[in-house]
Ligand binder design. Structure first.
Ligand SMILES: NC(=O)c1ccc[n+]([C@@H]2O[C@H](COP(=O)([O-])OP(=O)(O)OC[C@H]3O[C@@H](n4cnc5c(N)ncnc54)[C@H](OP(=O)(O)O)[C@@H]3O)[C@@H](O)[C@H]2O)c1
Length: 237
């Protein structure tokens, strides 16, 4: 199969997987355009969590022309990150970031998700997309929460329970922070980013954003499949 045939094959798969979603929603696949001109043009990005992964992902969006607000419980500590991410980036409190973003990247230790849901769930439910990059990891988060997540059916369904009513998609869960900048828009085949979500509009926006920053989103199924994106599981690697 040539690269072009393979591209249309994947695009057809996504169209079927999204239940016949309007082709316009995945048009950026063929254009490779960036934030200034693409369907993601006016989408503002906020991150909850601006550590290794949140900092690296938010920086990619900022460098691709998106307005980005990184957040921390101590936003003064983000000056170096903001400077390195360039003029499209700024820092704020978590509340300010939730107010700012159309799409919010949730990039925190899984133990923080419940409290974030309690404190900001209402605001997050109004966002077009909550991209959940966070993972329950036993050595960091403890067995109790990992077992609880399993009982809910895995990380996708668990996050939906902890932050209900959001337009949730999981993605980037097993792509290391140190690898992101190198992998974005790499030469040859783009790096695939498995994503899982039930909300068609949110999935379509995630596809646009992920494509814009130089990866190939691969929709693996609904949120229930989110459990397979955690590192150490089949799709997480
Ligand atoms: N590192 C990777 O390569 C990688 C790759 C894929 C997925 N992930 C996942 O991404 C998540 C973050 O990993 P990381 O390596 O980036 O961790 P990290 O460097 O330790 O950063 C964690 C971030 O979470 C924030 N945070 C912690 N508790 C919070 C709370 N209660 N409310 C708001 N913000 C809070 C911290 O902000 P403060 O400044 O407020 O403390 C910090 O910015 C994890 O779930 C991890 O499994 C990581």
């Amino acid at each position: 199969m040539t690269r072009a045939q393979s591209f249309f094959h994947r695009r057809a798969f996504l169209d079927v997987a999204l239940g016949g979603l309007a082709l316009g929603a995945i048009a950026p696949f063929s254009s490779g355009v960036h934030a200034q001109t693409g369907a993601g043009a006016k989408v503002k990005i906020a991150t909850i969590g601006a550590g290794r992964e949140g900092g690296a992902l938010g920086s990619l969006f900022a460098k691709h022309g998106y307005s980005v607000m990184f957040s921390s419980r101590n936003p003064d500590q983000l000056k170096d990150l903001v400077a390195s991410a360039g003029p499209n980036a700024k820092a704020g409190s978590v509340a300010e970031a939730v107010g700012f973003g159309d799409a919010v990247l949730l990039v925190v230790p899984y133990t923080a998700v419940e409290q974030i849901g309690k404190d900001y769930g209402k605001g997050l439910a109004e966002k077009r997309l909550l991209l959940d990059v966070s993972n329950p990891i036993a050595r960091r988060d403890g067995d109790e929460i990992v077992n609880w997540v399993e009982q809910q059916g895995g990380a996708g369904l668990a996050t939906a329970k902890l932050i209900p009513g959001t337009h949730l998609v999981r993605g980037f869960n097993a792509i290391g922070s140190g690898f992101l900048a190198k992998a974005a828009h790499r030469a040859g085949e783009p790096l695939g980013v498995p994503i899982a979500g039930d909300d068609r509009d949110a999935v379509a926006l995630a596809i646009t954003l992920i494509t814009d920053i130089g990866f190939e989103p691969v929709l693996v199924g609904g949120l229930a499949k989110g459990k397979y994106l955690v590192p150490g599981t089949p799709l997480g690697g």
